[in-house]
Design a protein around this ligand. Structure first.
Ligand code: NAI
Length: 353
């Protein structure tokens, strides 16, 4: 097995877990446990080979370290990628086997849902381990759908970017939202309440009609939403949408949305900066969801989770100031800040009750 080496930020541990009886083929990466247990979801997908599977797990685990560190969570970063078996398999048995592997790590890694896994899968995992979050039935204080929390963090970030980049309040802005699902729909409602004008698009015509009726939003074709003549674009659907073509034809001066991994490649960050478009790094602004999930796992109160989400714009401001001071892209500035806080072992103190 060839591991993609990352000299700048190597993973602490990489585990390859195979279980013949269930067909489990998992790569668990513990990128960093400096700030706390490596936390990050479990992806379930098809991969052509173990090399691609491992590379994806390494990249995602590193991203989780940065996201958790910048969100001020007492958690490190990790990720699991399970290869979907090519033949028929017992799903619950496979996830129970994965849970045994997680248990074996003794709490150094905490798993949860990610692309391709559900609450039902995590319930199967929970039969074999305590080190799992994202369970609706867990008897703790903060829980439930993380999406409105994510939307709130995006809204706060948009207020900041409107003031800094556009020199006007969000209430005077036109915002385009790509995808009005679990995050995009509450975000649209919040923006509407704030007085912003909206343009929305979604491949789900019923969802888009519902949100348009509620908020008075204009509806754009999905092919035009990212290049619409608006102040701010909020990608809230899938990743990889900011490629060279989109960035070159974008009219907005700000990109600030919830979707994970919005940049198709790291070159897009430089291209956005060259065009004078302020990119609010996705993992900085969309941390409300992970804060809520962390609160569930760590047993924090709703109050504590709330104030940590409210601090999203402060964290973004730190990133923007560093990028301006050092002539870096906002992505480089965010990654550097996250690496700094891990290197300095700045383990965030819990907020006062
Ligand atoms: P979702 O699946 O509820 O909503 C996504 C929406 O995008 C759906 O309504 C879908 O029909 C629409 N869509 C798909 N392809 C589209 C296209 N080509 N053009 C326009 N619309 C399209 O997902 P959710 O939970 O709202 O998440 C949105 C994004 O935010 C995802 O990238 C997710 O990874 C990310 N995210 C979500 C968090 C959460 O708390 N739910 C937390 C952090 C990140």
């Amino acid at each position: 097995m060839v591991f993609a080496a990352n000299d700048e930020s190597p993973a602490e541990d990489v585990y390859v877990v195979r279980d013949r009886a269930t067909g489990l083929d998992a790569v668990i990466v513990l990128h960093s446990t400096v700030l706390g247990p490596a936390a990050g979801g479990c992806r379930f997908d098809s991969y052509p080979s173990g090399v691609e599977q491992t590379r994806d797990a390494m990249r995602l685990a590193e991203g989780m370290s940065y996201k958790n560190a910048l969100a001020g969570l007492p958690l490190g970063g990790g990720k699991t990628v399970i290869r979907r078996p090519a033949v028929a398999f017992d799903r619950a048995a496979l996830f129970r086997a994965f849970g045994r592997a997680v248990e074996h790590l003794g709490g150094r890694y905490v798993t949860a849902e990610d692309v391709g896994t559900s609450v039902a899968d995590m319930s199967a995992v929970a039969k074999s381990t305590r080190y799992v979050a994202g369970l609706t039935a867990r008897p703790v204080h903060a829980k439930g759908d993380p999406s409105p929390w994510t939307a709130r963090g995006v809204l706060l970030s948009m207020r900041l970017t409107a003031e800094r980049q556009l020199g006007k309040p969000l209430s005077d802005c036109i915002v385009a939202i790509q995808g009005v699902g679990h995050v995009g729909a509450p975000l649209a409602r919040m923006l509407h309440a704030e007085g912003a004008r909206l343009v929305i698009a979604d491949t789900d015509s019923a969802a888009v009609a519902r949100v348009a009726t509620e908020t008075g939003a204009l509806v754009a074709p999905t092919s035009r939403i990212l290049t619409a003549p608006v102040d701010t674009v909020a990608p809230c659907a899938m990743g990889g949408v900011l490629d060279a073509t989109t960035v070159r034809t974008m009219a907005a001066r700000v990109v600030c949305g919830a979707a994970n991994n919005q940049l198709s490649t790291s070159a897009s960050a430089a291209l956005l900066a060259d065009r004078g478009i302020l990119y609010a790094p996705d993992y900085v602004v969309n941390a409300g969801g992970i804060i809520n999930v962390a609160a569930e796992y760590l047993g924090w109160s709703v109050n504590e989770a709330f104030w940590r989400v409210e601090a999203t714009a402060e964290r973004l401001l730190e990133v923007l100031v560093r990028a301006e001071d050092r002539g870096q892209t906002t992505v480089d500035a965010a990654n550097a800040l996250a690496r700094d806080s891990i290197a300095r072992r700045v383990r965030p103190a819990p907020l006062a009750a």
